[in-house]
Design a protein around this ligand. Structure first.
Ligand code: ME8
Length: 523
């Protein structure tokens, strides 16, 4: 059973609980959700994982600053990330927390596997550490800040650390990593990041400090609990702990889903995923993931989003102001996945009004209202299709193969552009066919035109399900498409609407954002 059939495993990073979620966290999660939903519709057995990263000095400090016990602090903040998922209609199959027992067991097992392979030794670390990044930096990477402070390339302040530490023999993995990148050219995407990582590794890898002794909040090192595991080793293990590692027997979740198809993350943490993680896995005798995709950063109205600038956009704010599906759509449509993006109100309104409401929503509303009025509210009976009819149906039916290609490379913006293209074709077709004028002259032709439109809308709605699930679900409700018919199996003629099926009275699906200033002044 396992190992057969189509399966797909996609993950978000696990988010630090030092702070509540913002738009950047929402972005990664929405992208993974679209991918997971797409694959489910396409017949894959999907595992979509997200969760929270709860150990380490940064979280310990945040808890201390609030005067709460770290576990209580994690329990509290982790809930905000779960709530974000619910608010954004996220379909994750599991939610892992690194303070759960199942995770501790997996992190310990991974450590032991590295140790058994001879890749861990005890030494002492003297160097710079950035708590904000939970990362070590070499002297050569740092800049001088005010008052003799050392600043990491990320802008975070570093502190000097001098303590006994276990090390992972990362240096010994350099050549094998380079060989791996070479034989897996799509492992790191976009390709520009691949090149960046390859040149980083070529510069030479130092052994990695993987334990700390100066704080307590983490997973104790097996056999030496004076040491706490480095939070990144602990955190990366989440991707297999959620699969029940170290249980790897035939029929296990691990066997079914590992290696992951894609780890999605922001470009800030690609190095941890594309260098350390495959090295740990190879050392433990486990296969590396198939892909790490690093997307870009969201800025707010031209400035990097940051807590200190006070311009952090909360997902709840977007959902309240524009709507859930509008937020999901905008984020994936506005910016090519992999590049940085800028959030602006004007851009958001342009997308939601111009594309969702006008192009898609109006097409559905016009068509369904005409059917309601002129075809007794049932799916119209169609006659022979003309070349124009075939052309539109052909463009709708050809969409799925294009989308499969787009999703294979995580090109969400292009997938949405393709779907929108069919909506534009549909709108052009309505204008050209002018079915309203056919009512008296050729009602049979009018019925055929409306059928072609309804069938086109069915395809647009199916295609949009991964992106705007609630709204496209409503579109399918309005076409009386049963839940069981909402899969890519029913794409094309397979699932074509049957004439005579009663349709509910349509209501507009995508609302428009109306600027307050645009409201006519009664005075
Ligand atoms: O790094 N634009 O957690 P984290 C786009 N715990 N994406 C953004 C963003 C922005 N402005 N800000 C955050 C960690 N993100 C570790 C991960 S995984 C084993 C451990 C997203 O809470 C993006 O996905 O700092 C980024 O990689 C992640 O949030 C960082 O979340």
């Amino acid at each position: 059973m396992s190992g057969h059939g189509k399966h797909f495993y996609v993950t978000t990073p696990i988010y630090y609980v030092n702070d509540v979620p913002h738009m950047g966290h929402a972005y990664t999660t929405i992208a993974c959700d679209a991918l997971a939903r797409f694959k489910r519709l396409d017949g894959f057995d999907v595992m979509f994982l997200t969760g929270t990263d709860e150990h380490g000095q940064k979280v310990e400090k945040s808890a201390a600053a609030k005067g709460v016990d770290p576990q209580a602090f994690c329990d509290d903040v982790s809930q905000y990330f779960r709530a974000m998922g619910q608010m954004l209609n996220i379909s994750n199959d599991d939610f892992i927390r690194t303070t759960e027992d199942r995770h501790l067991a997996a992190a310990e097992a991974l450590w032991k596997a590295l140790a058994d392979n001879g890749d861990i030794y005890l030494g002492s670390y003297n160097g710079w550490y950035s708590v904000r990044d939970e990362a070590f930096f070499g002297e050569d990477e740092l800049k001088d800040g005010e008052n003799g402070k050392k600043i990491a390339p990320t802008g975070a302040e570093c502190e000097w650390v001098e303590e006994p530490s276990y090390f992972f023999r990362l240096s010994a993995w350099q050549d094998r990593l380079l060989a791996f990148y070479e034989s897996h050219p799509d492992f790191i995407m976009p390709h520009s990041r691949h090149n960046e990582i390859v040149s980083f590794v070529k510069q030479g890898l130092r052994d990695l400090s993987i334990s700390r002794t100066t704080f307590k909040w983490g997973v104790p090192v097996p056999g030496d609990d004076a040491h706490i595991m480095y939070v990144w080793l602990d955190a990366l293990a989440n991707y297999i702990s959620a699969l029940g590692y170290p249980e790897m027997a035939a029929g296990s979740k691990y066997e079914h889903f590992w290696p992951a198809d894609v780890h999605v993350m922001g470009k800030d943490i690609i190095r941890f995923h594309a260098v350390y993680w495959p090295a740990f896995l190879m050392s433990a005798g486990l296969p590396a993931p198939k892909r790490c995709f690093a997307h870009g950063w969201w800025m707010a109205e031209g400035q990097k989003m940051s807590k200190s600038l006070g311009n952090v956009i909360k997902p709840g704010h977007l959902v309240e102001k524009y709507g859930v599906d509008q937020t999901r759509y905008f984020m994936l449509r506005e910016v090519p996945f992999g590049q940085d993006g800028d959030f602006s109100h004007v851009a958001m309104v342009g997308r939601m009004n111009g594309e969702l409401a006008n192009a898609v929503g109006n097409l559905a509303q016009r068509t369904l209202s005409m059917i309601q009025k002129n075809c007794a509210g049932v799916v119209p009976t169609f006659g022979t299709f003309t070349a124009e009819d075939e052309k539109l149906l052909g463009s709708a039916r050809a969409l799925l193969d294009k989308l499969r290609e787009r999703m294979e490379t995580q090109s969400f913006h292009l997938a949405l552009e393709d779907i929108l293209g069919v909506a534009f074709d549909g709108n052009r077709y309505v204008d050209e066919m002018a079915p309203w004028g056919l009512k008296k002259t050729d009602p049979a032709r009018m019925a055929t035109v409306l059928y072609v439109l309804a069938e086109t809308i069915r395809h647009i709605a199916l295609a949009l399900l991964p992106f705007v699930p609630e709204s496209s679900g409503k579109m399918l409700d309005q076409l009386a498409v049963a839940e069981s018919e909402r899969t890519f199996d029913r794409w094309g003629e397979e699932g074509a609407l049957a004439a005579g099926v009663p349709l509910p009275v349509p209501t507009p699906i995508f609302h428009k954002y109306v600027e307050e200033e645009a409201v006519p002044n009664a005075g």
